[in-house]
Design a protein around this ligand. Sequence first.
Ligand SMILES: [Zn+2]
Ligand SMILES: [Zn+2]
Ligand SMILES: [Zn+2]
Length: 376
Amino acid sequence: MFGRKSNNDSKSKTEAKFPHIGGLASILKNESISVPPIPESTKVNSEPDLPKPSPSKSVNLIQEVQKFDDKTIKPFIDYTEGSIFYPVLSNIGETQDNIAYLDDLVSDGILAKHIYEKLIVCPIHPTVFSSSMRLYCPKCHSMNVEKLNLFEHKKCGYIAESKNFDFSNIDHSVCPSCLKEIKNFEKEIRVPAMWYQCEDCIEKFDNAVIKLHCRKHDHDFDTNSGKFITTFCYKLKNSDISNISDTTQIKDELVKLLRGFNFTAELNSLVKGKSGNTHEIPIFGKSKSNGDSILIFIKNQSTGVDESDMNSILIPKLDIDPKNTLLVTVSDVKEGVENMAKHYGINLISDPDFSKIISRVEEFVSAWYANNGGRK
Ligand SMILES: [Zn+2]
Ligand SMILES: [Zn+2]
Ligand SMILES: [Zn+2]
């Protein structure tokens, strides 16, 4: 349904690279779990299906981003169309404007989202990004405004308007006063003053009137009245491909597992709690036979799992109040985490071996099912 396994080519590539994944798939096959299609009506609290990252695609994207010096995916802005897109996405077969795909990788902990820039756009036509700055004479509102500078030749102290200095010959410019050659403009010339002059009314002034011009609809607007459009860039957080691949594979396998136990299971599901707040849950499952729900959190980080990670899980856990909550991790578990998990009824499954995690989750769900008289 998510089209994840439709590409056989990429799947076999992944299996070759990560042989344990293939082994796992066969374990699941031996269990002869059937994955029933999920009717739309039984879906609970989930957003409409968005394309979800597939492991091989994510790995391809990471490899692409690793080629960039700053390991950052930057937006490209089409000012005439008023669209923001990410060209690199086309290299992995995604549409260039699929921002939801990048955001999913953010919630997976693969990318970090940062503000790239704030564009000032026309308040009347905010979907048009092409605005440019215009300078006007404050007296007659003419656009025929020139910039005037005073130049000082540091060596001899001669000061004159810039038009008196002839810098048209780049190789040979001389000071009009001492006639010495000026070799380095930056070092030898000081700019003690700058102002504007209107060519139409000859008025001289320090500050021109600055307006922004909406190019498509051909009108000016005040700089202060402009609206902001925020664009984002995405920086690669963790460049360890096997780590990332493991995380996405664990998620995929856990979703398959839950569905095999007759659960609806959604990745990065938005679930509403008792407070009315919505929480994004890495995996949210709901039993089709008795409505029991399960939250599964996945942590895979070199720094290990600490109490602050537990706190971030506790908030949605207490608010949603599911039948079961699992925290699975291949990372080290810091002191105190285990007790905290026990105290709040969170089942902690920690094992450096990813396939062992899957079988332990399977044991857990299976035991839960047996106690509730559920049937596969
Ligand atoms: Zn406009
Ligand atoms: Zn003027
Ligand atoms: Zn001079």
